[in-house]
Write a protein that binds this ligand. Structure first.
Ligand code: DER
Length: 226
């Protein structure tokens, strides 16, 4: 099956974890889209009731509203469940996220979830972080060139995310620096170094946050636990 079919196959079992009355973090990206679609279907079919979504991006909020999923802002109450995609998943369920540009709201939301469930096709699985994806780093727009110089001083190559004539701007009005990761590094140490860099808002490292991942491959969907 093509990748879109695999994304949907990973998303459906995650959406089936949603029970009536839950507050659910709604992820962002092409895989999370299928989970939001399936949740909308379940609500419309009366399979679940009284579910409230907390969206991790303007795009996911718009999709949820279009599907009739009630959406509320993030508040300090814990979420029962959050469902999201990832760019890389290592054997310990440590993640790199952010290629969709939503990493700040995703991390702010998903850190409050009792259960973070990741959904992905098999191309996201890596033996160690950094194999396939850069590390997205959300940086303040003001003085961003100075911030990028500070990141380069850490030994991080990479470039400002600029798909067109203008830099990519996140829902929060910030820029993203896609950092090229060194051959070998300790994710926790690098996360601390990057977070400690003036001008950095957040990184795409989601370390030790996910409880479970549904990974779809042509052989089927497997459940992966850290
Ligand atoms: O940007 C993000 O954090 C997305 O969740 C990304 O990690 C996965 O997006 P995809 O499902 O479209 O590959």
């Amino acid at each position: 099956p093509d990748l879109e079919a695999l994304k949907e196959q990973a998303a459906v079992p995650a959406a089936l974890l949603v029970e009536s009355g839950m507050r659910v973090g709604l992820g962002t990206g092409s895989t999370a889209k299928y989970a939001i679609l399936e949740l909308g279907r379940r609500l419309a079919a009366g399979e679940v009731r009284g579910v409230v979504g907390v969206a991790t991006s303007d795009a996911s909020e718009a999709l949820a509203r279009d599907l009739g999923i009630p959406v509320e802002p993030l508040d300090p109450r814990p979420l029962d469940l959050a469902i999201d995609g990832a760019d890389e998943i290592d054997p310990g369920l440590n993640l790199i996220k952010g290629l969709g540009g939503a990493l700040l709201r995703e991390k702010l939301t998903e850190v409050q979830a009792r259960r973070l469930v990741i959904i992905a096709d098999h191309t996201k699985v890596v033996s160690r972080l950094g194999e396939k994806a850069p590390l997205p780093v959300e940086i303040a727009r003001f003085g961003f060139l100075s911030t990028i110089e500070r990141l380069r001083a850490l030994g991080l190559g990479g470039r400002l995310r600029q798909p067109g004539a203008q830099p990519f701007v996140t829902d929060n009005g910030n820029y993203i620096f896609d950092a090229a990761l060194p051959q070998a590094f300790d994710p926790a140490t690098l996360e601390r170094q990057v977070k400690g860099t003036l001008g950095v808002v957040e990184t795409g490292f989601f370390l030790g946050m996910a409880e479970l991942a549904f990974v779809a491959s042509p052989e089927g969907v497997r459940e992966v636990r850290g």
